[in-house]
Design a protein around this ligand. Structure first.
Ligand code: DX5
Ligand code: ZN
Length: 224
C-alpha cells in the first residue's frame, strides 16, 4: 500500500502545526522528520523539542530520519519526545545491530537508511529486524535536490531480496520524489514515499499532497 510521507524539512517552521495539518488533509499518513547534526551531514535542523511539539500537533506517526553521529545517545530522547519510527544511517552506525536493538527496546519501529553510494546487500543480516529500509535517492542534507536515477535499481533489488527471503520490511524512498519521479519509484517497488519540496515548496501543501498521492496510487494500480 503506497503512503505519502510529507517531509517537514521544506515546511515553514514558524507555522509547523498548520503545515502538517494541511499535508494531512491532502492525504499524508506519516510525518517525516529530518534530524541533522552538522557533522554526519552539512546542515543542522531540529531535535527532540520540536518532535515533542509535533507530537502535540498531530496524531499521525512521526518518522524520525536521524542524520546524526552517535545516534545511540539520542534515541531515548526521541522516544520520550514521541517519535514512532526511527531510521538510522548505515554509514553513521558502526554497531548497527546494537542501535536497532535500542530502538526496539524503546518500543519504536526501526529502520535503516542507506546513502546513494551504499549497496543494499550490506543490510542482508539486519533486514529481518527492520520495519523499514529507506533508500536515499539524493545525498542527505538538503531538500529540493535532483533524484538520482540509479536509486530505482536499488529499490528493485530490495524488493527482490524481500521476496526471496520472505521478509516484511517496508521500502521507503527519500529525495527528489516529486510529480515527475513518483510513478517510477512506485513501479520500482517503493511504498513509503517521502516528499519535502514537492509538498511544501510552493505553499499549497494540501493540494500538492493530494496530487502526489493520486499519481502514486495511479502508478500502483489503485483506483483513486
Ligand atoms: C534530505 C532529507 C529529505 C528531504 C527531501 O536529506 O532526508 O527528507 O526533505 O526533500 P525533497 O523531497 O525536497 O528532495
Ligand atoms: Zn529524510
Amino acid at each position: 500500500m503506497v503512503e505519502l510521507l510529507p517531509s517537514i524539512l521544506s515546511a515553514d517552521f514558524a507555522r509547523l502545526a498548520d503545515e502538517v495539518a494541511a499535508a494531512e488533509r491532502g492525504g499524508g499518513t506519516v510525518i517525516h522528520v529530518d534530524v541533522m547534526d552538522g557533522h554526519f551531514v552539512p546542515n543542522i535542523t531540529l531535535g527532540p523539542p520540536v518532535v515533542k511539539s509535533l507530537r502535540k500537533a498531530t496524531n499521525l506517526p512521526l518518522d524520525c530520519h536521524l542524520m546524526i553521529e552517535n545516534a545511540n545517545e539520542y534515541i531515548p530522547a526521541f522516544a520520550d519526545a514521541g517519535a514512532n519510527w526511527i531510521g538510522v544511517h548505515y554509514e553513521a552506525c558502526p554497531h548497527l545491530h546494537r542501535t536497532i536493538e535500542l530502538i526496539l527496546n524503546h518500543g519504536l519501529k526501526p529502520g535503516v537508511v542507506i546513502n546513494p553510494a551504499t549497496r543494499v546487500e550490506v543490510l542482508l543480516e539486519i533486514l529481518p529486524m527492520l520495519h523499514h529500509v529507506l533508500v536515499m535517492s539524493v545525498n542527505p542534507g538538503f531538500g529540493g535536490q535532483k533524484f538520482i536515477d540509479f536509486s530505482l535499481n536499488k529499490i528493485r533489488r530490495l524488493a527482490e531480496i524481500r521476496e526471496e527471503l520472505g521478509l516484511r520490511f517496508r521500502i521507503e524512498v527519500d529525495g527528489g520524489v516529486a510529480h515527475d519521479t513518483i510513478a517510477q519509484v512506485v513501479q520500482a517497488g517503493a511504498e513509503l514515499l517521502v516528499a519535502g519540496n514537492a509538498v511544501f515548496g510552493s505553499g499549497k501543501a494540501e493540494q500538492n499532497a493530494r496530487e502526489l498521492l493520486a499519481a502514486a496510487k495511479a502508478a500502483a494500480g489503485i483506483a483513486v
